[in-house]
Design a protein around this ligand. Structure first.
Ligand code: PLP
Length: 359
């Protein structure tokens, strides 16, 4: 298998792929694949419910929160959140921390009134703001943060205290990678394709009262209330993707849960950040140290020529996905839950060898 550092879709645990392969043609003796089965069947309902209950258990999701499996990716949530929650005189407040926060803001502006509660643009988005920098208007419908900026490689370690204003987090690139106190959030959402499974399903964890009454002026499929009142089975769900998510959740549980994942991710990223910090400036970390992501490590080499060579040579040695996002360039290693320690050890070794040859 390749050393897969793709940013998304990203690595899926090998054991999970093998388990899915075993049941691919004949799901537990049903005589058909899960993807051929009615989403109204008892077997699929079991998958849907199990994925929810595992997520609830692993993440400590309180009883007054609903777990939804939706489609359209996190990008659709950028619109659904303001469509459901912004009201006249109650704007959506946003913390602008990089490319993904910016996309969420642009989409919200199409829907209704939007306020910027803080921005780190003047620092080229290379850090997350401190709590003191975030100014939340009293009348805000919510405060939106991007928990981990996948492109810039920054991550929140202290989420803002939003008081009575519901805190909403885009956790697309760090959901289930570390413990979070779900009760501090009004709504959490994430496309599954980084830490949870394949693309095609988006997870929303939301407090009951926030999603109980969506405006009836918005299309039915865009209302949270539609999906909440139908157990995410209002229309045909992305059944195979939800099934894969349930396998990934079982895998996380088998590994000891979220606290274990957190430790595992810290161990993995330390190998690479240490190589950057000990390279006497050959490698340059992009994010400011206090905001360094445990999911996406962004770094540069002093010459673009060498960066190109790094990518070329790394590909020859079985590394995939180390090129930085096209908007920012440089190098990026995405080290989601499913990336094995051995891949990070191999990358750290490759970085040391590359520096020796070119430093
Ligand atoms: N938010 C973040 C932080 C992301 O990293 C991504 C995708 O990479 C998205 C949103 C968009 O997700 P999707 O492609 O599921 O719409």
């Amino acid at each position: 298998r390749a050393f897969n550092f793709n940013a998304g879709p990203a690595a899926i645990p090998l054991e999970v792929l093998q388990q899915a392969q075993e049941q691919f043609v004949d799901y537990h003796g049903a005589g058909m694949s899960i993807m051929e089965m009615s989403h109204r069947s008892a077997l699929y309902e079991q998958v849907n419910n199990e994925a929810q209950s595992l997520l609830r258990e692993l993440y400590g999701v309180p009883d007054n929160y609903r777990i939804l499996f939706l489609q359209g990716g996190a990008s659709t949530q950028f619109a659904m959140i303001p469509l459901n929650l912004v009201r006249p005189g109650r704007p959506g407040a946003y913390v602008k921390t990089g490319a993904w926060a910016d996309k969420a803001i642009k989409e919200a502006k199409l829907v209704g009134e939007t306020v910027i509660a803080a921005s780190t643009e003047s620092d080229k988005y290379m850090r997350m703001p401190t709590a003191e920098e975030i100014v939340i208007p009293d009348n805000a419908a919510y405060l939106h943060v991007t928990s981990n900026e996948t492109i810039g490689g920054t991550q929140f370690f202290d989420f803002p205290q939003a008081g009575n204003v519901p805190l909403i987090a885009d956790m697309s690139s760090d959901i289930l990678s570390r413990p979070v106190d779900v009760s501090k959030f009004g709504l959490i959402y994430a496309g599954a394709q980084k830490n949870l499974g394949p693309s095609g399903v988006t997870v929303v964890i939301a407090r009951d009262d926030l999603i109980a009454e969506s405006p009836t002026t918005i299309p039915t499929m865009f209302r949270y209330s539609t999906h909440a009142s139908n157990n995410s089975l209002y229309n045909t769900p992305p059944s195979f993707a939800v099934y894969m998510v349930s396998l990934v959740l079982n895998w996380i549980k088998g590994k000891g849960g979220i606290a274990q994942m957190d430790q595992f991710n810290r161990d993995k990223t330390k190998l690479i950040y240490d190589k950057i910090d000990q390279s006497s400036g050959f490698y340059i970390g992009c994010a400011q140290p206090q905001s360094r992501s445990l999911m996406n490590i962004t770094f540069r080499i002093h010459s673009e020529e060498l960066e190109k060579q790094f990518i070329k040579e790394s590909e020859k040695e079985g590394f995939v996905g180390l090129k930085g996002h096209r908007d920012v360039g440089g190098l990026r290693a995405s080290t989601y839950n499913a990336v094995p320690l051995e891949s990070c050890q191999a990358l750290a070794q490759f970085m040391a060898d590359f520096q020796k040859r070119n430093g």
